[in-house]
Design a protein around this ligand. Structure first.
Ligand SMILES: Cc1cc2nc3c(=O)[nH]c(=O)nc-3n(C[C@H](O)[C@H](O)[C@H](O)COP(=O)(O)OP(=O)(O)OC[C@H]3O[C@@H](n4cnc5c(N)ncnc54)[C@H](O)[C@@H]3O)c2cc1C
Length: 456
């Protein structure tokens, strides 16, 4: 099995479940640094280029939690593959603004910013988003932000297709000339990318959870091969394929026409993780504070579970039985999730110790219709307050047919408090989490009804 590392076709001579970072460093790519090995800090950032309809689409991802199976047939670019005789405009901007101090994080920043200019789905306003997954321990953020703002002002590649962008970026010195031939070379490697389909093994989606929990993945079956990604409309439903990434959910036009998905999903990890992590991985990882689970529980989602012969459709709220215990049989995969294609009042809230890149202490979402001033079809969910991502059934039922008022809100908070069983852990004491959920329920109503008067 082969891939292209910078300009060179290379064979993968170890297990496909191993981390790409470890492999790259063994191959002498020392510009790809190692620090957290958990996808948190961005020093191991690489560009991953995938051939799509004869074009190469690139994204910047953390190589520490990228399994080798995901690079087969693709283009991996390290800082070594971006370096040229003279500094690129990105490197120069960082130098000009004094944005590199000890320099350990600098390659990661250069790769992420190169990824920003290559990514057709990102706009100028997203340039800072593109480096939200890069940490600088020297704290040179002010200078880094100045350089990125300067770059956004000076370089414009918007409205260009991926191939046009590549040519333009070569012209202005951001990319070396060899990028122009990568699409043809990947075309020739195509057959080798189909060789990693196992019959039996362990499902791997984005691996952003799996490669944090395990040093290497044994017998991986890569779900990205199964073509389960995409967001589509069919009849009364919006279908989201299990391998759709968090970032594709964030920027989906369809979802944003109904909810403020772009803003809500910006609170979920940071761009490099969102570009890899999938909906199915979030659902089956079954973390009691999984953001996507909480989001879609409140939209009364259904999921399809499929094995070789059959498919069954269940409510997402019936999927979770106990801590990390789900209604899923061996051999079954989550195929898709669907929600009604209908406008609703909806809100998502999350409290974490850091705004980005962090798991919530408590998160919550709510949806309902307002008919003749009365709440109908209410669904409220909360994470971090029980062994499972919690669908607050009693509170949801209580809200039915009620008019919005301070008394109703206070009663809802009381019922919600009786439905949860938080524990003390690193994300806060049980008491603190109860308080947070109360505040988040208030936040839902105050966001949806800013004129509502509530004494806290
Ligand atoms: C730096 C960092 C920040 C993070 N921040 C957040 C955050 O803010 N919010 C949050 O919710 N999570 C966060 N996470 C956690 C996690 O990465 C996500 O929950 C992610 O969605 C997992 O998806 P994945 O595709 O990477 O799953 P994987 O790691 O590939 O898989 C996870 C589990 O799901 C199974 N699986 C995957 N897809 C399917 C399927 N279709 N059918 C059956 N089984 C399947 C796998 O076998 C595995 O057991 C973060 C992780 C990191 C590393």
């Amino acid at each position: 099995m082969k891939f292209i590392l910078n300009q060179e076709v290379m064979a993968i001579d170890e297990s496909l479940g191993n981390s790409t970072l470890d492999f790259l460093r063994k191959k002498g790519m020392k510009g790809v640094k190692e620090a957290c090995h958990e996808g948190e800090c961005g020093v191991c950032m690489v560009l991953l280029g995938t051939l799509k309809d004869k074009n190469v689409e690139y994204k910047a991802v953390t190589s520490c939690i990228l399994p080798l199976g995901e690079i087969v047939g693709k283009h991996v670019v390290t800082i070594e593959g971006l370096n040229q005789e003279k500094l690129s405009p990105i490197q120069q901007a960082l130098v000009d603004e004094g944005a590199s101090q000890c320099g350990f994080c600098t390659p990661g920043f250069v790769v992420s910013l190169t990824g920003f200019f290559l990514n057709e789905k990102l706009e100028k306003k997203d340039i800072l988003t593109s480096i939200e997954g890069n940490l600088c321990r020297c704290g040179a953020y002010a200078a880094i932000i100045r350089s990125t703002e300067k770059l956004a002002e000076e370089i414009s590649v918007e409205d260009k297709t991926s191939q046009e962008r590549i040519l333009k970026l070569i012209e202005i010195g951001i990319l070396p000339a060899y990028f122009a031939d990568i699409a043809d070379q990947l075309e020739k490697l195509k057959e080798s990318s189909e060789a990693n389909l196992l019959e039996k093994g362990n499902y791997v989606a984005g691996a952003t959870d799996l490669l944090v929990q395990n040093e290497s993945l044994s017998n991986p079956i890569f779900l990205s091969e199964k073509k389960l990604s995409g967001i589509s409309l069919d009849g009364d439903y919006i279908y989201i394929g299990a391998t759709t990434t968090m970032e594709d959910i964030r920027i989906s036009e369809k979802l944003n026409s109904l909810f403020d998905t772009e803003q809500h999903m910006s609170l979920v990890s940071a761009l490099p993780v969102r570009l890899q992590a999938t909906l199915g991985g979030n659902l089956v990882n079954a973390s009691p504070i999984g953001d996507l689970i909480i989001y879609f529980l409140a939209l009364d989602a259904e999921i399809s579970l499929k094995n070789k012969k059959d498919r069954r459709i269940i409510k997402l709220r019936d999927f979770y039985k106990d801590y990390k215990l789900m209604d899923i049989e061996e051999g079954e995969i989550v195929e898709w999730l669907r929600i009604k294609n209908k406008e609703k009042l909806f809100n998502f809230e999350k409290v974490a110790r850091r705004k980005y890149m962090d798991i919530a202490s408590v998160n919550s979402a709510i949806s309902f219709d307002l008919i003749n001033d009365k709440i109908q079809n209410a669904h409220l969910s909360a994470g971090g307050v029980a062994p499972v991502p919690k669908y607050l059934e009693k509170t949801s039922k209580f809200l039915e047919n009620k008019k919005i008022s301070e008394d109703v809100l206070k009663e809802a908070v009381k019922i919600a408090d009786s439905e949860i069983s938080p524990i003390d852990d690193v994300r806060g004491t049980a008491r603190y989490k109860r308080l947070l959920l109360r505040q988040l329920i208030y936040a839902h109503f105050l966001t949806l009804f800013p004129k509502l008067e509530v004494s806290l």
